[in-house]
Write a protein that binds this ligand. Structure first.
Ligand SMILES: [Zn+2]
Length: 101
């Protein structure tokens, strides 16, 4: 048989090997250096992805950060109509971050 398809190698790397075709593919990989290298690479990618899911995700910001953001957003929402009302026809054009304190 020819080399194992990359998509099949990916399945094997994911640990989905179960059928006779997988057994044949694994036997080929065992005796074929290019396929073995490819499978090793894919296994490393799969492992890295799984590790990332488990432990490399950035931790969520603390609750008070969200509270502060929510407070700033609600302040901005209150302030914006007010300033428009005070200066009709001359809308304040300063960047939004000038309103964030
Ligand atoms: Zn091969």
């Amino acid at each position: 048989m020819g080399h194992v398809e990359p998509s099949h190698l990916a399945e094997l790397a994911l640990g989905h090997a179960s059928s006779d075709a997988d057994a044949v593919a694994l036997r080929h990989v065992a005796s074929c250096r290019p396929c073995r290298e490819e499978l090793k690479l894919m296994t490393r990618v799969v492992t890295a992805a799984r590790d990332a899911e488990a432990s490399d995700l950035p931790t969520a910001p603390p609750e008070r950060v969200w509270q502060r953001i929510a407070r700033e957003l609600s302040h901005g929402a209150h302030r914006l109509p007010h300033s428009i009302e005070q200066r009709p026809g001359r809308r304040h054009r300063s960047p939004w971050w000038h309103r964030v304190r």
